[in-house]
Design a protein around this ligand. Structure first.
Ligand SMILES: NC(=O)c1ccc[n+]([C@@H]2O[C@H](COP(=O)([O-])OP(=O)(O)OC[C@H]3O[C@@H](n4cnc5c(N)ncnc54)[C@H](OP(=O)(O)O)[C@@H]3O)[C@@H](O)[C@H]2O)c1
Length: 333
């Protein structure tokens, strides 16, 4: 029998199911776009895993700026009703038809397909088995839930897109934030020289993560330097993308997580560098690489705040101040 033979691998039973178990769950749900107050703890039908999917009992779920943005605006998703949340760490309750990688009871973490797979700010969520990896044993669900979207973004930017190598020099904007603090660690792990931008009170944090140099974005201009970088990770976009072109070596690359301004493309062409925009994708290979770095003690999420699911609105309000150090996490069970 090969691993693609699913005849002996039908949908597995739900060990949590009992004749009395109600097929419902609580979710942080919204029926209209707006501020954090539109988020309501709501009873919804519990989802069932389709072919190739797993049903996960969510223990914790990371919060990302895309959650605040999609709560307020229809960017990539259809209008509400919506349950947001892409990060998840939890225990598999049930596997759908054809899933060979996991079994009920496995502890996993992952990022649901971005953008259309959201729904982890709830007691249960379904997603493709291949969006997940086994949770590293040495970290708890809160730590694990803080990693997927932000760490995959850093990995896909620095490794998959920029092919960052030992000895290269990298500038990481917003280096104390969710993506940035993981990117600093990934870049150091690859042997790069790392400069990070953050306000001065966060420079000790950046140095603890391994940053070699810090720029205070409130009092210093990151372009006011003779330093030239091979790679810039730009979490700010707009004019920062265009201005980042000016600090690259010929052949360098700026990877932006938000759109640049009207001048970015022309500035890059003129300077002989690449300016690319990245949208994070669910990625089992990336998740496994992240898990392996965590297991080796080379990557760790800094969780600066946790909020029970019922207080998700408060988590959103805190996150959208834009001042978060590391990550905020919603705890579910
Ligand atoms: N394209 C994609 O796939 C993708 C993926 C992930 C994230 N993103 C986007 O990337 C951005 C960052 O995400 P995140 O999760 O890292 O956000 P975050 O955790 O909310 O970032 C907060 C950090 O940003 C720093 N910051 C704010 N303004 C800054 C500036 N002008 N210069 C330097 N640092 C600044 C703050 O440091 P100070 O308090 O010191 O200023 C704070 O520590 C968000 O807009 C997010 O939507 C896009």
């Amino acid at each position: 029998m090969t691993s693609t033979d699913t005849s002996a691998n039908p949908a597995s039973p739900d060990p949590a199911a009992s004749p009395d178990a109600a097929p419902v769950m609580l979710a942080l749900h919204q029926t209209t776009l707006g501020g954090p107050e539109v988020l309501r703890l709501t009873e919804l039908p519990r989802p069932a895993p389709g072919p190739g999917e797993i049903l996960v009992a969510v223990h914790a779920a990371g919060l990302n700026p895309t959650d605040f943005k999609h709560r307020a605006l229809s960017i990539f998703l259809p209008p509400p009703p919506l349950t947001l949340g892409w990060d998840v760490s939890g225990t598999i309750v049930q596997t759908g038809f054809g899933v060979t990688l996991f079994r009920p009871g496995d502890e996993v973490f992952g990022m649901l397909p971005y953008p259309h797979g959201a729904g982890s700010h709830a007691e249960y969520v379904t997603g493709p088995a291949r969006a997940f990896a086994v949770k590293p044993a040495g970290i708890d669900h809160i730590q694990a839930a803080a990693l997927p979207l932000a760490a995959l973004t850093a990995w896909q930017a620095l490794v998959d897109t920029a092919d960052l190598r030992a000895g290269q020099r990298v500038l990481i904007h917003a280096a104390a934030g969710g993506v940035g603090h993981l990117a600093v660690q990934l870049a150091k792990e690859r042997g790069a020289h790392v400069t990070g931008t953050a306000s001065a009170p966060k420079h000790d944090f950046l140095r603890e993560l391994g940053a070699d140099a810090c720029v205070d974005h409130r009092t210093e201009d990151f372009t006011d330097t003779a330093e030239r970088y091979d790679v810039v990770l730009d979490a700010l976009g707009g004019e920062t993308a265009t201005r980042s072109v000016g600090v690259l070596r010929p052949g360098g690359v700026v990877v932006s997580l938000l759109p640049g301004d009207a001048d970015t493309g022309a500035a890059a062409e003129k300077a002989g560098v690449r300016a690319v925009g990245l949208l994070v994708e669910h990625d089992r290979a990336g998740m496994r690489a992240i898990a392996e770095l965590v297991e080796r003690g080379r990557l760790r999420a800094h969780v600066s705040g946790t909020f029970p699911l019922a207080e998700g609105a408060r988590a959103h309000a805190q996150g959208e101040t834009g001042r978060t150090t590391g990550k905020l996490v919603v705890t579910v069970r």
